[in-house]
Design a binder for this molecule. Structure first.
Ligand code: 5GP
Ligand code: MN
Length: 339
């Protein structure tokens, strides 16, 4: 964060405020970790701070310190709206466009509080008074660490609760420290978080080793459905609503399945198409290895975006029509998909 922004934030936080902290819709480990980490920090500074998520978050995150206090907009609309309307400061974390909060967008657009954005996605929009945006960051959690360091001049205010929250988001957003966004600085931050009480082994177990039978059954179905297009170094997976229902799908069960495509030798582009009959859409996740930008691909063709190597999007036509559109597009990307 630049000096001017940290000065602005410091002066804002020098008086007491009602603060809300918002993650994106379908919040992941980084979204929940960063919002909760920031919440603990602000509360410790004597601020009133509450996290309001657009909708529920996966079970494998329901151990995080403070998670029980998160207000779910979808389930508790009136309470959530009151907090947002009354807030004098609104932090938006791990997203950079108000459309990423889904049905909460209108409430946020009407809110009068001062917006502060902390985010590592491409192409931030300009709704915030302070925009701390850096696409080179591994995670929003790493940025919250920097944010606290910039305000306090050191990291001594990072408690073990904050450390556990921030560690979780860095771990999940870096694929356990293996994606190219993982820098030596990321490792230094993580080392400091462990020194401050992040229980690294326990966190790993709680996030990755708590699969439910339904998740493994859905994974089995997904892997069976995988289509490998060797000429395009591409693998894609489909999951229909019927398949999800048959396997007793629960929120979070499909998290990370898209990555299996990239574990194949010579595959640099992996995609999963998940039918959601309730919302009438096909939710899509894109992953790539190397220079092929899935952010640009998602933006150009599937109303989405994200990062160069991990992005998402959606489609409003059927699963079959969506995959047909996708496959037809690949030829024009043949040069970039050489691997
Ligand atoms: P995932 O595939 O794990 O849902 O998302 C991968 C990355 O792309 C995340 O950083 C996420 O925030 C972003 N992303 C997912 N879906 C969308 C979308 O519909 N629009 C935009 N702009 N970004 C998305
Ligand atoms: Mn993130």
């Amino acid at each position: 964060m630049n000096k001017e922004d940290s000065k602005t934030v410091k002066s804002l936080l020098s008086s007491p405020h009602k603060i809300v902290i918002i993650p994106h819709k379908n919040p992941d480990g980084d979204a929940i970790g960063s919002t909760l980490g920031l919440m603990h920090y602000l509360k410790n500074k004597g601020q009133q701070a509450v996290v309001i998520a657009p909708n529920d978050f996966p079970k494998f995150l329901k151990w995080m310190p403070g998670q029980e206090e998160i207000i779910i907009f979808e389930n508790d609309k009136e309470v959530a709206e009151k907090y947002i309307t009354e807030a004098s400061i609104i932090f938006t974390l791990d997203f950079n466009h108000l459309s990423r909060v889904g049905f909460m967008q209108e409430t946020l657009e009407a809110a009068e509080g001062t917006f502060i954005m902390i985010d590592h996605h491409q192409a931030p929009s300009d709704y915030a008074k302070v925009t701390y945006s850096d696409v080179h960051m591994s995670s929003t959690c790493e940025m919250v660490y920097n944010f606290i360091e910039a305000i306090e001049q050191d990291t001594s205010k990072i408690t073990s609760k904050i450390a556990n929250c921030l560690y979780t988001g860095i771990m999940t957003d870096t694929g356990s420290f293996k994606y190219s966004s993982t820098t030596s600085r990321t490792h230094r931050v993580v080392a400091d978080l462990i020194d401050k009480g992040a229980e690294n082994m326990a966190i790993h177990n709680k996030v990755f080793d708590t699969n439910s039978p339904s998740r493994l059954h859905i994974l089995g179905c997904a892997l069976k459905n995988m289509v490998i297009l060797e000429d395009y170094h591409t693998a894609y997976i489909t999951l229909s609503q019927e398949e999800l229902d048959e396997n007793e799908f629960k929120k979070g069960d499909t998290e990370g399945i898209v990555n299996y495509g990239l574990t194949l030798d010579n595959i640099i582009f992996a995609v999963i198409f998940i039918e959601n009959k309730d919302e009438g859409i096909i939710k899509i996740s894109f992953r790539s290895q190397g220079n092929f930008s899935v952010n640009e691909f998602a933006r150009a063709h599937f109303e989405g975006g994200g990062h160069d190597n991990a992005a998402g999007g959606k489609s409003n036509v059927s699963l079959e029509e969506t995959t047909a559109k996708f496959v037809a597009l690949l030829d024009s990307y043949k040069d970039q998909l050489k691997g």
